[in-house]
Design a protein around this ligand. Structure first.
Ligand code: GSH
Length: 279
C-alpha cells in the first residue's frame, strides 16, 4: 500500500491557493498524522466529477495505491483500519461518537454561522470559473443573496465567538482535544477554523482569545500544514460598546469549577443567597 509513503488527496482551493473545504483540511491533517506525504491534486469547485474520473462530485477523496476512498469520515476509518500500526486518529471506539457530537455542535454554532458571515467573500475569493456556480448553489442553500446574508456580520461575529466557550473551557486545561496528543477531534474542529481563515477578510476572533494558543499550535503541526500564505488573519475582532464579551473568564460553572469543599463554593453561595431571610 501507499507507494513511496504517499497518498493522493483531491483538494478544493480558492484563488489564493489555500484549501477552503473544512472536510479537506481535516483530511490533510489526518493523512499527516498517519505519517503520509500528501500528493495534492489541485482544483476548485467546478469539474470535481471530471477531475476524479466520475468517481465523486464531493471532496475530499483520496487514492491509496490505486484504491479510491471517499468521504472525510470514511477516510479516517480507512486509515485507522488499514494502518493500525501508525498513530491512531480515533484512539478508542468511544472517541468516534464524541468527535461526531463535537463536530455537529461546532458546525451549528460556528462553521455554519461563519459561513453566513463570509459567504460573499467566499464567492469573490473562489476561482473566477467557480463564481457563477458558487453564487447559484450557495444562494439556494442559504435562501437569499450572498451579499444580503453577509450583511450585518459585525453584529453576529461577537456572538459566534462567545458561543465557543465549551472549547475554551477544555483547552485551558488540556493541551489538545485529544488530551496529551492531538487526534482527529483536534483536526476536525481545526478544519472548520481553517475554512474560516481561508475567507475571513475581517477577523473572527479576538487578539487575546484563549483558543489562540491551541489554534496556532495546531497550525504548526506537520511542518506548518496550517500556515498557507493565502490564509487571512483570524484575530483582531473587537468588542464594541453593547457587544457581549467575546469570551468568558476562566473557571466559570459546571464541572469546570471544581468543588473542593466549603472554601471553594463560599463566595458563590453568598452571592446567590444574598438578601435571603436567615432561617
Ligand atoms: N460527507 C462529505 C461531505 C463533503 C463535502 O460536502 N464537500 C464539499 C466541500 S466543503 C464539496 O465537495 N462541495 C462541492 C460543491 O459544493 O460542489 C465528507 O465528509 O467528505
Amino acid at each position: 500500500m501507499a507507494q513511496n509513503n504517499t497518498i493522493t488527496c483531491y483538494d478544493i482551493a480558492i484563488s489564493t491557493g489555500a484549501t477552503i473545504s473544512p472536510f479537506v483540511w481535516s483530511t490533510k491533517y489526518a493523512l499527516a498524522h498517519k505519517g503520509f506525504d500528501i500528493d495534492l491534486v489541485p482544483g476548485g469547485f467546478t469539474g470535481i466529477s471530471e477531475r476524479t474520473g466520475g468517481k465523486t462530485e464531493r471532496l475530499p477523496a483520496i487514492v491509496d495505491d490505486g484504491k479510491w476512498v471517499l468521504d472525510s469520515w470514511g477516510i479516517v476509518e480507512y486509515l485507522d483500519t488499514t494502518y493500525p500500526d501508525r498513530p491512531a486518529l480515533i484512539p478508542h471506539p468511544s472517541v468516534a461518537p464524541m468527535v461526531r457530537a463535537l463536530d455537529a455542535w461546532f458546525w451549528r454554532v460556528a462553521t455554519g454561522p461563519w459561513m453566513r458571515c463570509y459567504c460573499a467573500d467566499y464567492r469573490d475569493l473562489s476561482n473566477p470559473e467557480d463564481h457563477e456556480y458558487i453564487t447559484h448553489s450557495r444562494e439556494i442553500m442559504i435562501g437569499m443573496k450572498l451579499e444580503d446574508r453577509q450583511a450585518g456580520r459585525e453584529d453576529r461575529l461577537p456572538l459566534i465567538s462567545a458561543d465557543l466557550e465549551p472549547l475554551r473551557i477544555v483547552l485551558r486545561e488540556e493541551k489538545w482535544l485529544g488530551g496529551e496528543t492531538p487526534n482527529y477531534a483536534d483536526y476536525r474542529i481545526l478544519g472548520s477554523i481553517l475554512f474560516t481563515a481561508s475567507v475571513c477578510k475581517i477577523p473572527a476572533l479576538a487578539e487575546d482569545d484563549p483558543l489562540r494558543d491551541w489554534i496556532e499550535r495546531c497550525r504548526d503541526l506537520f511542518g506548518g500544514l496550517g500556515r498557507h500564505p493565502g490564509l487571512f488573519p483570524l484575530y483582531g475582532l473587537e468588542q464594541r460598546e453593547g457587544d457581549a464579551p467575546l469570551f468568558a473568564a476562566a473557571g466559570q460553572g459546571g464541572i469546570h469549577k471544581r468543588n473542593t469543599g466549603l472554601e471553594s463554593t463560599r463566595a458563590e453561595t453568598q452571592r446567590i443567597t444574598d438578601g435571603m431571610a436567615k432561617a
